[in-house]
Design a protein around this ligand. Sequence first.
Ligand code: ZN
Ligand code: ZN
Length: 357
Amino acid sequence: MKGRLVKLRSRFDATGIEGFLVTNPENRYYLSGFTGTSGFLLVTSRESVLVIDGRYTEQARAECPEVDVVEAKRPWPDGVIGVVRETGLQSLGVESGHLSYARWQELVNGLDGTVLVPVRNLVEELRMVKEPGEIALIREAVRLVDAVFADYLPGLRAGIREREWALELEFALRRRGAERAAFDFIVASGWRSALPHGVATEKVIQPGELVVIDCGGVLQRYCADFTRTVVAGAAAGWQEEVYRAVLAAQEAAIAAVRPGVAAGEVDRVARTVLAEYGYAGAFVHSTGHGLGLAVHEEPRLAEGVEAILEPGMVVTVEPGVYLPGRGGVRIEDVVVVTDHGAEVLTATPKDVLPVVG
Ligand code: ZN
Ligand code: ZN
């Protein structure tokens, strides 16, 4: 944690701030180790103070030995304003991507001597490059979803409801150690597989339908994110053709992941391959995203993103093709940027469109 605070402070001058108020829960955990669900972290050049209410005092002292813990009756806004006033800060950065307008106004009203500076992604940019311990946790989370998917895939068949199977998957992930699902699982069959974000419903899977499964658990606070597409019964020619195109795009994009490459370049590679197969208009989202404490992090592998990939970044690569009314295919792996290229963490096979019962 100490190293992370040092890195954050080293960016204060360039950002034009003397202190930074952390309100985003993942950023708060990343910098302090505090796992409670409510609290405010103030980082200045000399100190870091966590303001919490009485429910968390003992927990915060145990979890955050490097941070001063201040208990307040009303942590927001009174406790935070009191601590900022004591520090005499001239300028305070706040997380503009997270702080609500109502809270911004409360700070403005409570702090006359301090200029508030909206800042975006200051901690998120630190989080982009993972430490070895973080990569180990993501590796474990991905290993878990690989194992559960392999065990439960035989149970996926025509005649069952999307939600029934999604629930089994989630239960198995949690029983084997995941704290929770990383997001609402997508099990999208038939025409619904053409919805890129088709969260599992009561729909019954029919023979001959494509099924897109997008799932993952959170293990020791780090997320897995995994997608495979299967077909129930037997595959039609067009389904295999779409699958081949998506797989080619995904493999080409993974091959493009290495240090020094712009995130947008990986997206361009996937898009170019799909265009060659005639599916340029059917790929309606970006190619991938960073993964860590949150399921969607920086950097985004999206059109025009100039962020440069560095060793230690963890991203998903997940192109898809969606044909409205017919169906869709997406394949998603988790990839670590290494010193010279990339390592794919996801181990579930993807070379052919799997046929299930
Ligand atoms: Zn996903
Ligand atoms: Zn994803």
